[in-house]
Design a protein around this ligand. Structure first.
Ligand code: FMN
Length: 400
């Protein structure tokens, strides 16, 4: 089910190769993906709406002025919906319209409204392909944020042999996987990730918390799922949005988080402790809200929370354990010490005070330390998702 949770928008323009897209729609759906299709007027001459609707399980979108379900403007709704947008077959006409910003039907208007790169799989007669204007248009698209899946050389529908045959649908599927960063390196593996920050209650309405948003934990979860792993997230307080289709177990306090990690570790191969777990909690939790008057001069007595990793004992044997070190000073020394003291396989150091790093940010600047390796790897500023990919590259190596 490699496409589980993924939303793929396919634009079919008017070429013979449109019939090949029926296989692609079916294959994506069989592997858990959701597919919506926009078909041009010319495209409808080659595949019917009935076929598209039966295969995709969604209405075939054709009309710019036909409101989408819920009364939303269709080109905006579809552009917002899609994780990946493939135009296949892409006619010489749709390439020309894209280059010139022409938006005179639903497909071309959606292309113009789509904020991310669009993938074009051109198909056409070899003379159309060789035409100076088409070559110029292709050159402009190749230089833009969009990409072209090059057509193959071979027998063409117009009974000639030459370049212009659309890439096979299996190859288009591979390209969609690459675009969505889907692979199978972690298929069959189970990964447990803690995310967010813990809350330690002072009374029923107040708590001691931290600024963790859960973004790093969720980025790890998304990257692991894209590589085929079965992922469980034990989530504290999170302000970030969780990836779709993820199994989440809520554990708000350090004590709850410890319990959930102990309960679930045995069925997982890897544990990644990305949550910011409180080191201290109020020694006493008031049963009812502490009154304002009682707060004057109030002293909170704190006690240590349990170290989750130290509580795992035998259950952690044979598992790969990844920890995070959030340090604002002396990071390298502290991370190395934590790697050794907690017997981790990997520790990821980040400094929330560095620009673009830390809580709530979409980016991070991490340094990765591995057990038995003298030299750490310092990575530049990158998105949390990219940082997660780097961490999994190492985890995959250890799992081999
Ligand atoms: C039988 C037939 C096959 C066609 N095949 C292609 C093709 O493979 N590639 C292409 O660019 N145009 C092809 N065309 C021409 C397009 O359908 C035509 O340029 C149309 O206006 C494209 O509209 P669209 O881009 O909105 O789908 C074909 C036309 C016919 C009649």
């Amino acid at each position: 089910m490699k496409f589980k949770g993924k939303k793929i928008l396919i634009g079919i323009s008017g070429g013979i190769a449109a019939y090949k897209i029926c296989w692609l729609i079916r294959s994506i759906r069989k592997q858990g993906g959701e597919v919506k299709v926009i078909v041009t007027r010319a495209g409808e001459k080659f595949v019917t709406k009935t076929t598209i609707e039966a295969l995709s399980g969604n209405p075939a979108a054709t009309d710019l002025f036909e409101p989408a379900p819920g009364g939303v403007i269709p080109h905006i709704e579809l552009a917002r919906w899609a994780d990946c947008f493939l135009i296949a077959p892409a006619t010489a006409n749709i390439l020309a319209k894209t280059v010139n910003g022409i938006a005179d039907d639903l497909l071309s208007t959606t292309i113009l409204s789509y904020p991310d790169p669009v993938i074009f799989a051109p198909a056409m007669n070899d003379e159309m392909w060789k035409n100076e204007v088409t070559r110029r248009n292709l050159k402009i698209i190749r230089k833009s944020k969009h990409s072209i899946i090059e057509p193959e050389s071979g027998d063409l529908a117009c009974e000639t042999v030459g370049i212009g045959r659309m890439a096979e649908p299996e190859y288009l599927e591979e390209k969609i996987c690459q675009f969505l960063d889907i692979s199978s390196e972690l298929t069959g593996r189970r990964i447990l990730i803690t995310a967010g920050g813990t809350e330690e209650n002072i009374d029923p309405v107040r708590f001691i918390g931290n600024r963790s948003s859960g973004k790093m934990g969720f980025a790890l979860a998304g990257a692991a799922m894209n590589r085929g792993a079965e992922v469980t997230v034990i989530a504290g307080h999170c302000t970030a949005e969780a990836p779709a289709n993820i199994k989440i177990i809520e554990a708000l306090s350090a004590k709850d988080m410890k319990k959930q990690v102990i309960d679930h570790l045995c069925e997982n191969d890897v544990l990644i402790m990305a949550a910011a777990v409180a080191d201290f909690r109020p020694a006493e939790r008031a049963k009812s809200k502490i009154k304002k008057e009682e707060l004057t001069g109030l002293t909170l007595e704190l006690e240590r929370t349990d170290d989750i990793l130290a509580s795992l004992k035998d259950t952690r044997k044979g598992k790969i354990i990844v920890g995070f070190a959030l340090e604002t000073n002396d990071g390298i020394r502290n991370a190395r010490k934590k790697l050794k003291d907690k017997d981790l396989d990997i520790i990821v150091l980040n400094d929330p005070l560095k620009k673009g790093s830390g809580f709530g940010s979409d980016t991070n600047r991490i340094t990765i330390f591995e057990k038995g390796k003298k030299k750490e790897t310092e990575l530049p500023l990158m998105t949390k998702y990219e940082a997660a990919r780097h961490i999994f590259d190492r985890v995959i190596n250890l799992l081999k």
